[in-house]
Design a protein around this ligand. Structure first.
Ligand SMILES: Nc1nc2c(ncn2[C@@H]2O[C@H](COP(=O)(O)OP(=O)(O)OP(=O)(O)O)[C@@H](O)[C@H]2O)c(=O)[nH]1
Ligand SMILES: [Mg+2]
Length: 318
C-alpha cells in the first residue's frame, strides 16, 4: 500500500460519501488478452499487444472514470515458467499486483484448452491473494463456440474449487468485438469498496511519456520480427524532448543480444529499422497528438535478460 500512496494518490477528498474506487488486476497466462482488454476498456491504444508471449513486461495502470466511481485496471505480465532472471521478475510483478489489488480478474483464453499453466496461476492466486475476490473472465469469446466457453468455465471453476476457492463472478467477453465490456465494468464496480479518486479525472494511464515511447517502439519490433528476436529485444529511450508545442524529439536505442539479431533488426540497407521507426512514429503521433521526430539505433547487449545491470536500467528489476 505504501507505494500506492507515494505514486498514485493525488486527491484524498471523497467526491461523495458513496464514491467507489479501487485497483483491479488483470492476471493470467501470456497471450490470454490482458493488454487487449485494457485497451478495449479504455477505448485507446495504451498497452502494447501482440501474438508473442510475454509482450507485457511492466505493470500498466489504466484509469476508467465512471459516474460515481473510478476503476483502475492494472495490466500485468503473463504468468509463465521463467527461463531467465527477466522471466522471474515478470512473474514477481504480476503476483505483487494481484496481492495489491481490490479485485482480481483471472483471464482465461477461450481458444486454448484449460491446462496446467492455468492451474498454476490459480494456485498462486489462492496462495498469494487469498482474501481478494477473483472473477473468472473468459476472453476471445468471438473466436469460439458457446459450448467451448461453457467447458472452459466448468474446468476453471472445478480447478479453483479443488483449491478450496470460488470465483466471485464469471463473464465471457471479447475485447476485439467489444462484447460484454459494459457488463464487466458494472460487475467490477459493484465489487469495489468506497474510496477516494486516486487519479485526476483527465489522467488515463500512469505511464510516463518515455514508458509509452519505449513500449510503442518495442511493439513494432514484435510485429515486424519473428522467432527469438521479440524476446531478445528491449528499448531504452535516451531522450524525449518537446522542441515546441506539437513537436517532440525522441532518441532511442533498440537492444538485442547478438550481432546476428542486430543484423536482422537493422535489415538490408537499414530497411527493417526504418520500417520499425516509421510505424512507431505513426502510433506515437496518434497517441501524443503531435509530430514526432524519432531517431533509433540498434545495439548489442549480451545476455541482458540475465544481467542485473540491464534489468535495472530497463525498469525490469525491483
Ligand atoms: N479473436 C480475438 N483475439 C484477441 C482478443 N483479445 C486479444 N486477442 C489476441 O490475442 C493475442 C494476445 O493478446 P495480448 O492482449 O497481447 O495478450 P496478453 O495477455 O496481454 O499477453 P502478454 O502481455 O504476453 O501476457 C493478440 O494477438 C491479440 O490480438 C479477442 O477478444 N478476440
Ligand atoms: Mg500484455
Amino acid at each position: 500500500m505504501s507505494e500506492r500512496v507515494d505514486t498514485a494518490r493525488t486527491d484524498f477528498s471523497r467526491e461523495d460519501a458513496h464514491f467507489k474506487s479501487g485497483f483491479v488486476a488483470l492476471i493470467g497466462r501470456p497471450s490470454v488478452g490482458k493488454s487487449s482488454l485494457l485497451n478495449a476498456l479504455l477505448g485507446n491504444h495504451v498497452a502494447i499487444a501482440s501474438k508473442v508471449a510475454q509482450t507485457t513486461r511492466k505493470r500498466l495502470r489504466g484509469i476508467l472514470n465512471e459516474e460515481g466511481a473510478q476503476i483502475i485496471f492494472v495490466d500485468t505480465p503473463g504468468l509463465h515458467k521463467p527461463q531467465d532472471a527477466l522471466g522471474k521478475n515478470l512473474n514477481a510483478v504480476s503476483l505483487f499486483e494481484a496481492n495489491d489489488s481490490d479485485v482480481i480478474l483471472f483471464l482465461l483464453d477461450a481458444t486454448k484448452e484449460f491446462g496446467r499453466g492455468d492451474v498454476w496461476v490459480l494456485t498462486q492466486l489462492a496462495k498469494e491473494a487469498d482474501d481478494i475476490p477473483v472473477d473468472l473472465i473468459i476472453t476471445k469469446a468471438d473466436a469460439t463456440s458457446a459450448e467451448t466457453i461453457d467447458s472452459q468455465i466448468e474446468a476453471a471453476t472445478k480447478a479453483f474449487a479443488d483449491l478450496g476457492k470460488k470465483f466471485a463472478a464469471t463473464v465471457a467477453l471479447s475485447a476485439k468485438e467489444h462484447l460484454n465490456l459494459q457488463l464487466l465494468i458494472e460487475m467490477v464496480r459493484g465489487q469495489l469498496p468506497e474510496g477516494p479518486r486516486w487519479f485526476p479525472e483527465e489522467q488515463q494511464v500512469d505511464s510516463t511519456p518515455e514508458d509509452i515511447a519505449t513500449e510503442f517502439i518495442r511493439e513494432q519490433v514484435l510485429l515486424s520480427c519473428r522467432e527469438e528476436i521479440p524476446h531478445a529485444t528491449a528499448v531504452i529511450v535516451n531522450e524525449l524532448v518537446w522542441r515546441r508545442q506539437g513537436l517532440c524529439h525522441i532518441d532511442a536505442r533498440v537492444l538485442v543480444e547478438r550481432n546476428s539479431q542486430k543484423a536482422i533488426v537493422v535489415g538490408k540497407n537499414g530497411e527493417m529499422i526504418k520500417k520499425i521507426g516509421m510505424a512507431a512514429r505513426k502510433s506515437l503521433e496518434t497517441y501524443f497528438h503531435a509530430k514526432i521526430h524519432l531517431t533509433l539505433n540498434v545495439d548489442v547487449a549480451k545476455k541482458w535478460r540475465d544481467e542485473e545491470k540491464y534489468l535495472r536500467q530497463l525498469g525490469y528489476a525491483e
